[in-house]
Design a protein around this ligand. Structure first.
Ligand code: NDP
Length: 282
């Protein structure tokens, strides 16, 4: 059994990225830049934003965090997004989710200019992904594929079960697996008899936010497990998989924390570089 060490793999990827940025700076007039918009003071979001900003800085991306009050109106937030859209010094814009309930999340995400949409959440980038056109791919599914590739896993012909059908994880990772010629079943809350879809799967991606949704009796020997879930028990974080028991049957498995999470951040930073490269270096 191999534990897929997202922490280590992301360090390697970040180091490669830093080298690319250092090299780019020999000809480009400025480093890549990322603006992170945080609305309100959700403690988990604050931690994510700080981590993204810190890691961006560590690879040489100039990162600006824009903290806005919980009470901000949609109109005011639209103005902030437009300001960043029109700022030639900003390459990537990320809106930290969730937004307060009075703000229409989809509408805000769609306002981010498609060329600055480093989260890949806009309708344009998602549409392009589903039409096999060049697009900015959302960080979590992109990070998962990077991790799978790092471990040399060939997805062709594998039976993959994805649990979760969100726009930011379940659906795009299902599409990316299909693109690698896997056969994909996508499950959700209304799936009957979940075990019948997991027990024969060669690879399972689970992204639901339910502790112990996947237990050892639900998987076959040799299964590859990608656990995206983030659940909090007090100060401890765990995924959607009963890791201690499932790991004994798995050939590859991601831990939580230290699996998909760090891969997501490195994929985000790579997206910022992609936008910058398109602008300055091609
Ligand atoms: P959403 O809440 O948007 O989607 C959850 C999905 O899981 C839905 O499609 C839902 O089905 C499905 N689901 C929920 N309960 C069950 C169940 N009992 N059986 C089968 N399917 C179920 O969440 P996200 O996709 O945004 O995130 C999923 C998890 O991944 C969360 O824990 C989140 O914190 C984590 N996450 C981790 C990231 C990382 O970098 N590691 C990045 C992004 C998310 P239905 O559609 O029918 O409601």
């Amino acid at each position: 059994m191999t534990i897929m060490n997202g922490k280590e793999v992301s360090k390697i990827r970040n180091l490669n990225l830093k080298q690319k940025i250092d090299k780019a700076l020999k000809t480009a007039s400025r480093p890549p830049s990322l603006a992170v918009i945080l609305v309100g003071e959700d403690p988990a979001s604050l931690i994510y934003v700080e981590s993204k900003v810190r890691q961006a800085k560590s690879v040489g991306i100039n990162s600006i965090d824009i903290k806005l009050p919980e009470s901000i109106s949609e109109v005011e937030l639209i103005k902030e997004i437009e300001k960043l859209n029109n700022d030639p010094l900003i390459d990537g814009i990320l809106i930290q989710l969730p937004l307060p309930k009075h703000i229409n999340e989809g509408k805000m995400l769609d306002l981010v200019h498609q060329e600055k949409d480093v989260d890949g959440f806009s309708v344009l980038n998602q549409g392009k992904l589903f039409q096999n056109r060049d697009s900015i791919i959302s960080a979590t599914p992109k990070g998962i594929i990077n991790l799978i590739d790092h471990y040399g896993i060939n997805l062709e012909g594998l039976n993959c079960t994805v649990i979760g059908r969100s726009l930011i994880v379940g659906l795009p990772i299902s599409k990316l697996l299909i693109d690698r010629n896997a056969t994909v079943t996508t499950c959700h809350r209304y799936t009957k008899d979940l075990i019948s879809h997991t027990i024969n799967a060669d690879l399972i991606v689970v992204a639901t936010g339910n502790i112990n949704l996947i237990t050892a009796d639900m998987v076959k020997d040799g299964v590859i497990i990608i656990d995206v879930g983030i659940n909090r028990i007090g100060k401890k974080i765990c995924g959607d998989v009963d890791f201690e028991n499932v790991k004994n049957k798995a050939s590859f498995i991601t831990p939580v924390p230290g699996g998909v999470g760090p891969m997501t951040i490195s994929a985000l930073l790579e997206n910022v570089y992609q936008v910058y490269e398109d602008k300055f270096l091609k």
